[in-house]
Design a protein around this ligand. Structure first.
Ligand code: NDP
Length: 285
């Protein structure tokens, strides 16, 4: 079994550098997938109220019999629960669905609605011990800077889309400046486009006897970015976790750096149409 290295967050918590993401895994399949991921050696799980599978994640955690302090569990609060009182209630519902008395990391899922109210609540929940670390997701540099300037606690992480075709160089510079850990969602480009067959990535993978997925994950990890690959296939779960054993040379890192398009392959969080679509989506949670 591969054990993953950890990144230390600015609040002192240790976060496994590779986490298992459960976005788009149907609730009925999530317990099986998370159980397989835990068996493969994952100790960091990434879910969200909006994924509507927190209960299944909780069942897999309970069934694993693993000591709670060996697991790092992240969940996220959706836009419909933004604001001081709604976010407190939503955090309680997430804990209940997960069957946990605390989560290791609680994130504001999107920078929309009254997320300042949410952040005030997250700071309280952290003081109360219901949440070990608090952070944000999908915050562009300007919104993150403003949140940092006008609050007591600096987010421990910003979970953002990051992969070879959307590298987030400016975002990462600001995160580094404020010791906010970058966590990559969609690290494999969500399986879209030509990532797995790209000639540059394929050439590097062949040189190492590795897979393209491992090369991409190793490239992110070597830049200090935590990764959350999702797969429902146990062999891919193991393959992705083993990316921590791969080290890329400087010229290989540079060759991948040249693949940046600077454009999201999923959602542009600065596009009013995307802001409206995401911000008005409601979930039954
Ligand atoms: P990923 O980049 O992890 O890509 C997942 C896709 O890649 C799936 O189609 C999967 O297929 C395939 N895949 C996984 N491993 C391999 C492999 N080794 N070889 C070939 N194909 C592979 O996309 P996600 O969108 O799932 O992002 C990962 C996680 O990030 C999410 O699960 C979630 O936890 C988080 N996330 C957060 C967001 C946010 O707004 N904060 C937004 C989106 C995601 P298969 O399952 O069939 O193996």
């Amino acid at each position: 079994m591969t054990t993953t290295p950890t990144f230390t967050l600015r609040d002192g918590a240790a976060m496994p550098a590779v986490g298992f993401g459960v976005y788009q895994i149907p609730a009925a399949e999530t317990e099986t997938a998370v159980t397989a991921a835990l068996e493969a050696g994952y100790r960091h799980l990434d879910t969200a109220a909006a994924y509507e599978n927190e209960e299944a994640v909780g069942r897999a955690i309970a069934a694993s019999g693993l000591p709670r302090d060996e697991l790092f569990v992240t969940t996220k609060l959706w836009v419909q629960d933004a604001g001081e009182a709604p976010s407190r209630a939503a955090a309680g519902r997430s804990l209940e669905r997960l069957g946990l008395d605390h989560v290791d990391l609680l994130l504001i899922h999107q920078p929309f609605g009254d997320y300042y109210g949410t952040w005030r609540t997250l700071q309280e929940l952290q003081r109360e011990g219901l949440v070990r670390s608090i952070g944000v997701s999908n915050f562009a540099p300007d919104r993150l800077m403003d949140l940092i300037d006008h609050n007591e606690v600096v987010p421990a992480v910003n979970q953002i889309e990051a992969h070879p075709f959307h590298q987030r160089v400016a975002d990462l510079a600001l995160l580094e400046q404020h010791q906010v850990r970058a966590v990559a969602w969609g690290p494999l480009g969500q399986g879209r486009g030509d990532l797995f067959t790209h000639p540059v990535l394929t050439r590097i993978a062949e040189a190492h006897g590795a897979s393209v997925a491992q090369v991409v994950l190793a490239w992110l990890l070597q830049r200090g970015i935590a990764v959350l690959p999702k797969s429902v296939h146990p062999e891919r779960m193991q393959e992705n976790l083993a990316a921590t054993e791969l080290t890329l040379a400087a010229d290989e890192m540079d060759a991948i750096a040249a693949l940046d398009t600077g454009v999201s392959t999923a959602f542009d969080h600065r596009d009013p149409a995307s802001v409206h679509a995401l911000g008005t989506t409601r979930f039954a949670v």
